[in-house]
Design a protein around this ligand. Structure first.
Ligand SMILES: C[S@@+](CC[C@H](N)C(=O)[O-])C[C@H]1O[C@@H](n2cnc3c(N)ncnc32)[C@H](O)[C@@H]1O
Length: 263
């Protein structure tokens, strides 16, 4: 089954922050890792910034750093602009652009973030070459992704029939990501496992959130197949948890690279 063509990014933009929201202590921990290992400062870019879920809080915390976001989807950019306006952020701006042809001059950035986005790119080596072009010497690059093992252990993916298979087919493995970056002038400086807790007051609440298709791979099922599989998912949840609160870990990997010279 093809993947990019079947994904409607405007649909993914709807209620994006609510679908992805982390508990505040987990979010703070993640920002802490970003700031520490990413050495965020100077000029920073997020590629595929979506609605600015990370960009806006980073800009809040680091008022002297200039943040730029680039994204290909109008609905995502509109909600990022809204957020920046509401929070009166003056050190943050977003623009429409394709990661394969970044609309920035050479050697512009000290830090680049790419979170949950690599699987959208048709030509990942081309995007990495663009990241190399737009970064300064010794710039840090952070890739936020899930390893294939982590994907299979995430409860909402593991229990939804066929989802883990689609996700592992789409999302590049950690080994592949490392190989591609290391072949294009970057070295790994840290690999951090980060596992926020997702909590739902009841099975119904998790099923309701899942019905909003929080991950784009859900869109790869036809509407009828999605409804059928959602019913099976609900049944599996009841079997596993009975009634009551659900809490599960959502492990991800933060891969921090530093730009080095080509050998
Ligand atoms: C799953 S969202 C991730 C958003 C954000 N990075 C986050 O972690 O919350 C993926 C984003 O990548 C954007 N995207 C997909 N293909 C792109 C491309 N070729 N160039 C720029 N952005 C792209 C989508 O529009 C979407 O906003």
């Amino acid at each position: 089954m093809s993947n990019l063509q079947s994904v409607d990014l405007s649909e993914l933009a709807l209620d994006y922050d609510a679908k992805r929201r982390m508990e505040s202590q987990d979010f703070e921990k993640l920002l802490g890792y970003m700031l520490h290992y990413g050495k965020v400062g100077g000029d920073a870019l997020e590629i595929g910034c979506g609605p600015g879920y990370y960009l806006a809080p980073l800009a809040q915390r680091l008022p002297k750093t200039r943040f730029y976001g680039v994204d290909i989807t109008d609905a995502m950019l509109a909600s990022a602009k809204d957020k920046m306006h509401q929070q009166a952020l003056t050190n943050c701006s977003v623009a429409k652009g394709d990661a394969h042809y970044l609309p920035f001059v050479d050697h512009a950035f000290n830090f680049v973030l790419m979170s949950q986005v690599l699987h959208y790119f048709e030509n990942l080596p081309m995007v990495i070459a663009e990241v190399y072009r737009v970064t300064k010497a010794e710039a840090r690059v952070l890739v936020v992704t899930s390893s294939h093992l982590q994907l299979k252990s995430q409860l909402d993916i593991a229990l939804f029939p066929g989802l883990a298979k689609r996700d592992t087919a789409r999302i590049p493995s950690i080994e592949e990501i490392r190989y591609l970056f290391e072949n294009d002038g970057f070295a790994v400086v840290a690999a951090v496992e980060f596992a926020p807790t997702f909590r739902f007051p009841s099975i119904e609440a998790l099923v309701e959130r899942t019905a909003l298709k929080p991950w784009s791979s859900y869109q790869l099922f036809s509407p009828e197949e999605f409804t059928r599989r959602l019913r099976i998912f609900k049944g599996k949840l009841h079997k596993k948890f009975g009634d009551g609160e659900i809490a599960y870990l959502f492990p991800q990997t933060l891969l921090f690279f530093q730009k080095v010279h080509h050998s």
